[in-house]
Design a binder for this molecule. Sequence first.
Ligand SMILES: [Zn+2]
Length: 410
Amino acid sequence: MRTVILGVDGLTFRILHPLIERGDLPNFKKVSQEGCEAILESKYPPLTPPAWVSLSTGLKPARHGVYDFWTYEEQGLPGAERIPRAQTKRKGGKAIWNILSEYGKQVLVINVPVTYPPEPVNGIMVSGYMTPSSNLDFTYPARFKEELYRVVPDYEIDLDLHSFWRKADAMQLLIDATLRMTERRIKLTMHLLKEKPWDFCYVAFVGPDRLQHSLWEEIRSLDTRATEYFRLLDQGLGLILEQLGPDDTLFIVSDHGFQGVTHVFNINEYLYSQGLLTPSSPEHIGRAHRAADVKQVVRKLGLLPMARKLKRSLKHKGALKVPSRSAWTLAARYSGMRQVKYVGHTIKMVYSTHTEGESNAALRLHMQKSMILYQLFCTVWACPRLTLSMADYWMRSLCPAASLDRQQVK
Ligand SMILES: [Zn+2]
């Protein structure tokens, strides 16, 4: 008996059911009729990295240590800026592929998010979303990378979303790129399923999340072009089903659902209106833009990991002083405090503080007020369940008690 987990980021019945009814997805229809389906609750917070890692480990974020897309280096000297780093791997707990490997089962783990660096398994692992660069060793065993590119020469771990920005036909480019990436992943998956021994295969596709963030209304209205991806995914599902025997099991799972939003509550705007944030000087903003442009060029050249290493080393030796690149600063009376940038789905940035004191308490009070407003806003305008839990999460992140969760990670 073998098992396949087909993970699809952001897949929702809101889209699947109408497409099945329209006759677009014969293989999803077959699975739906012959199997069973249910809406499951995502994890807390319902963001892609913690939700996938919980799916892979069966653990809460407090146990596997992934709460977010970012992690922050441990607190250094008072007043020092905390440097965010991409969260590429879990901090604790065993994933299902570790356990199965220990039992001698052959596993294939393909593009599951937050799995960089790839782990030694009894089989093959290809790291997924959050892998810093395809120039790195993102497969286990490392030599499998050569075979991967031989079988699928243009294999992509994820989309380069920056390449579409500011282009007139960005949406068409996004759809085409998502289709190409998915065709290649299906090709790799079929190669592995046919050519390698396996008891367990766990493969993740990310297309719905990438497309629905930009094209929700078009996909929701079942526009033919915007929903092309789902027909391709259905074909991929059909190919996987052909490989399965009567004793084999298939799970189709997602990390969270999806729905549209019509309004955005911008916490920066609120803090600005309260006099708690001030825009940086024009020079400061210009410098931030220039630094972002340079970074993009370096990334395109595939030199970002090397450039970061060099920058860290120069900073460490005191040879390089890098000024803050934030376009916002805390207002003067809070200038002694530290800032944490927070990038989320809806809120662009949240400022928090890490030192105690009278003014800190005042700022926290304002932040709590903004959260209450945000919660009211969510209740009235947006999806209460998802957004309220996110607001609650951010509320916790403003309190010192939130750090307790992190200490639970072993
Ligand atoms: Zn996701």
